[in-house]
Design a protein around this ligand. Sequence first.
Ligand code: 3PG
Ligand code: CO
Length: 555
Amino acid sequence: GFSWTLPDHPKLPKGKQVAVVVLDGWGEANADEYNCIHVAQTPVMDSLKNGAPEKWRLVKAHGTAVGLPSDDDMGNSEVGHNALGAGRIFAQGAKLVDQALASGKIYEGDGFNYIKESFENGTLHLIGLLSDGGVHSRLDQLQLLLKGASERGAKKIRVHILTDGRDVLDGSSVGFVETLENDLSQLREKGIDAQIASGGGRMYVTMDRYENDWDVVKRGWDAQVLGEAPHKFKSALEAVKTLRAEPNANDQYLPPFVIVDDSGKAVGPVLDGDAVVTINFRADRMIMLAKALEYADFDKFDRVRVPKIRYAGMLQYDGELKLPSRYLVSPPEIERTSGEYLVKNGIRTFACSETVKFGHVTFFWNGNRSGYFDETKEEYVEIPSDSGITFNVAPKMKALEIAEKARDAILSGKFDQVRVNLPNGDMVGHTGDIEATVVACKAADEAVKIILDAVEQVGGIYLVTADHGNAEDMVKRNKAGKPLLDKSGGIQILTSHTLQPVPVAIGGPGLHPGVKFRNDIQTPGLANVAATVMNLHGFEAPADYEPTLIEVADN
Ligand code: 3PG
Ligand code: CO
C-alpha cells in the first residue's frame, strides 16, 4: 500500500540543514551588454559557476520540461516552482486547456453547462489577459472559446481585456486588440452581439497577486462589473492607441477604460443573470478577482453592486479553497509534493519571500495548495513588498530582508530546510529597465551570500537554483541571436522570461564529500531538483519522481 515514509538514502546522512535558494528569473546566457547578470557584480553566483564542475550545472526550465505545450514556450514561475516542488512533470494549465478545447470536452463539463444557463437571457463576459504569452492565458484559446460559446447559444458576449507587455513585447497590445476586434466583428455578422467592453493594463488593473494591492482589483471591478472608469472610448483599439500615446505609457500599466455607446453608456457592465468566465488558466493573478466575484462575504474593497452571476474560472485556481467553485477545465492534480513528503518525514521547514513571490515558494511549490501541511513543523514568512511602484525604482526589493530572515532561521537551528525565493532578477527584469536590473542582480547575489554564510556557520548544505530565465537577456533577438531594432533604431527591450536554462549549484560544509552531479541523465530539468533535495536530507525520493541529479562516490 501507499506510504508517506521515505526510504533512507543508502549513503547520505540525515540531520543536515539544507538551504534551498531560488533566484527568480535567473537564467544562463551568453555574456553581453544585455545580460544583466553578466554585467552586474555577482561574485557569489560567479564563484559557484566557476567552482567544482561536479557541483554546478544547468537544467532546462522551459517548454515540455516543465509541462508546457511546446519547447517554444518560455518558462514561468508557476510551472517552474511546481516542477521544483513536485519532482515530476505535470501537464500544465496551458496544455490542459488546449486539450479540452481541441477535444471539445470543455463544452461538456459542469462548468460550461453551468454558465450556459445564462446564455438565453444574459450576457457572457470573458475577463482576462489578452496576449499570446502563454504564461497566464493565450489569445488562441480565447478565440476558440468565443467560437465555441457562440455556437452553443451565447447571444451577447462582452470581453474585458487586460493588456500585457510583460510576457510579450510592449506595444503588442495594439495588434492583439485588432485581432480580437476582427473576430468579434465576424461574430456580429453572424448575429451575435459581441464587443469589447472594458480594458486596462494587467499590472494596474485586475492582475495583482498574493493580496499585494487590492486597489488594482478594485480598478478592474469598477470598469468590468460597474462599467465605470476614468477613460471612456467608442472602441478598444482607439482606447489602447490613445492611452499608449500618453508620456511613459506602456501596455502593462494602461489605465482602466470602458467602451461606451453613442449615448455615452457603458456597453458591458456585469448585470444580474449574466455569466462570467475568467479566461486565465494561471492562478496567482486571478485569485483576487475570483474572490471578489464569488464570495458573499467580502471586505477587501467596496464592490458597490454585487450582481447575481454564474461565474466559472478557466481552471479552478485554488484546490484548497475550492476557488472558484465552478471551472471549465480541471487543473493539474499535483499531489504528493516533496514539501508534503518531507514534512511528513519530520523535516521542519521554513519558507520565505516577499509578497510578490511569497506564493511561489509556498503555494506553487506545494502544488497550488495554500496553507501548511503541518503547522507544528512549518513556518512560512511573508515580507511585505513595496506596493504601488514599479520595481525598477526600488530594484533591491526585499532581498536583504529575505536573506536575513533565512539566515536567522538557519542559525536558530529550528529548521531542517530553509527555502527562499529572491525575486529581483525577475520583477525588475519585467520592467525592461536594464540599469535597474543590473542593480537587482547584484542585490540578489548579496542575499545569496548572507544565506551561504549562515549555511557555512552551521555546517549545512545549500542548493541554489532558479525557476526560469529573465534578467540574463533583456533584448529581443533574431534567430541568429542578434538584437532586433525597433522603427526608431533603438533595441527592442525584452520584458518577458526566456527559454534559457538555469543553474543548479550544490555545496556547503555538510555536503558529503563524495556527492557530485551525475552525467547520465539526458536532459534534466527543474523537476529533477526535488529528488536531489530529498537526497540532501538523507532520503531516497519516491520511485515516480524524476531522478536525482546527484550520485555519491565512495571515497
Ligand atoms: C507575472 O505574472 O509577473 C509574469 O506574467 C510572469 O512572471 P512569473 O512567472 O515570474 O511570476
Ligand atoms: Co516573471
